[in-house]
Design a protein around this ligand. Structure first.
Ligand code: ATP
Ligand code: MG
Length: 418
């Protein structure tokens, strides 16, 4: 069947087009395109199942709709109940756009698998769009995931494109369209949509395991947490407060940051260690210039103890090479030496301006920039050591009985669940 014949046959069924109602569009749904998962071989199934569970969990608490999340061939579809408003569908799309593992989110229409229904929906969708009202250049892009569909994708393109051109007089522009109508033929249905919003990319949270993020109230550590969630880690957060020598402000800040970040993973937990007394003993036990790095090692040792208790397999910090004196290569080596668990530093090669831009994008910058009394300010020597010697640090730790101290600190931990 040539496309011209098909087009004429179909068009004769729908003269005018103006009599079409909204129901011509079929059922509202949200269509999700998977990211890196598509490169997975045998494990793909596992990743997809994890992703679907994460999507369901994200929708449970936030959207007041009975949604139906289904795996399709290479995509995921969220079917929405009859009577769903455009605003509700948009809310679903916006919410899933926060779930790592997806690259595109489209508000789409699910129509019956026959060329007439597809044509009708395509015409309606384009006719409704703002772009069409200003006479935009358009293109139709079809994909046939089910090869049994009677029209090949280029036939479908030409049939629907021709009808749009006839109906609305819009010019076709295949190279640089202002409006693109997408038609995706699947096994059980056809999805029709224009536009979309980009997703987070990355892998489904939980597919890489569990880690513990050392979370200050600063700009870097929330970004580090986000980057590792996006690589599939489910993270817990650990904050060291200067209590009893500081106020609780830094805890509120850490909590607010965790709440902001929770939308990417769900089920977040914040653990807080009252660290003031331990810091005081560091200050009285050694050379001033080593205090900062000695304190960082004690934080890491305590974090490792906590990680074992909650079954986290790695620590995450917001270190960036050379950003401050505690982040020189020598001092990073001295930190790695303090623990056996791997310390993941996703921002190690990032500039501060890049970190800030990302913090702004994920919504943590505003909170990080609020003033607080960080526990680190209790220990600010005039000149910090940039080349700390591990033997000197170990000597301080022997005097402190650091091994025992970090167990006590882990025992004194407080949990904040969202
Ligand atoms: P940030 O912006 O994340 O606070 P920073 O530039 O202030 O980082 P540092 O103070 O040297 O740098 O901290 C480096 C890393 O050590 C932080 O990214 C964080 O992972 C960890 N860290 C520092 N202070 C704390 C704290 N009070 N509680 C938990 N982790 C901390
Ligand atoms: Mg800091």
């Amino acid at each position: 069947m040539g496309h011209g014949v098909a087009m004429k046959a179909v068009l004769s069924l729908f003269p005018g087009g103006s009599t079409m109602t909204m129901s011509a569009l079929g059922e509202p749904c949200v269509l999700l395109k998977l990211g890196e998962i598509v490169l997975k071989g045998k494990n793909r199934e596992l990743f997809e199942r994890r992703l679907i569970a994460n999507i369901r969990h994200a929708l449970e608490g936030t959207v007041d709709l009975k949604t139906d999340v289904r795996k399709r061939h290479g995509v995921i579809a969220i079917f929405l109940p009859e009577g769903t408003t455009v605003e509700q569908a948009e809310a679903v799309a916006q919410r899933v756009a926060e779930v790592p593992g997806l690259v595109w989110i489209h508000r789409a229409w699910r129509v019956a698998k026959d060329p007439e229904a597809v044509l009708k929906a395509g015409l309606e969708l384009v006719g409704e769009s703002e772009e069409a009202k200003r006479g935009a250049r358009f293109a139709v892009r079809s994909r046939r995931r089910d090869k049994r569909f009677p029209l090949r994708s280029n036939e479908l393109d030409r049939m629907v494109g021709g009808a749009i051109n006839d109906e609305y007089g819009l010019p076709v522009d295949l190279r640089n369209p202002e409006l693109t109508l997408h038609i995706e033929v699947d096994r059980d249905e056809v999805f029709v949509f224009t536009g979309g919003i980009p997703g987070q990319g990355g892998l489904p949270v939980g597919s890489s395991g569990r880690a513990l993020v050392l979370m200050s109230g600063g700009i870097d550590s929330p970004v580090a947490a986000y980057r590792m969630m996006r690589r599939g880690l489910h993270v817990d957060f650990l904050h060291f407060s200067g209590i009893p020598f500081t106020t609780s402000e830094s805890i509120y800040k850490a909590y607010a940051l965790v709440r902001k970040l929770d939308r990417f993973q769900g089920r977040s937990r914040l653990w807080v260690v009252p660290f003031g007394k331990a810091q005081q003993s560091i200050r009285t036990s050694g050379q001033d210039r080593l205090a900062v790095i000695a304190q960082r090692r004690l934080m890491l040792k305590t974090a490792e103890e906590v990680a074992h208790r909650i079954k986290a397999a790695a620590l995450v910090t917001g270190d960036a090479l050379g950003q401050v004196s505690s982040q020189t290569l020598t001092n990073i080596t001295a930190q790695d030496n303090a623990v056996d668990l791997p310390i993941l530093r996703p921002l190690v090669g990032w500039d501060k301006t890049e970190i800030m831009a990302e913090a702004r994008r994920i919504g943590t910058l505003e909170i990080s920039e609020l003033p607080d009394e960080d526990c680190c300010s209790l220990l600010a020597p005039k000149r910090a050591e940039t080349r700390a010697k591990i033997e000197d640090l170990k000597q301080i730790e022997r005097r402190l009985d650091a091994e025992e101290l970090c167990v006590q600190l882990a025992d004194s931990i407080q949990e904040y669940t969202l």
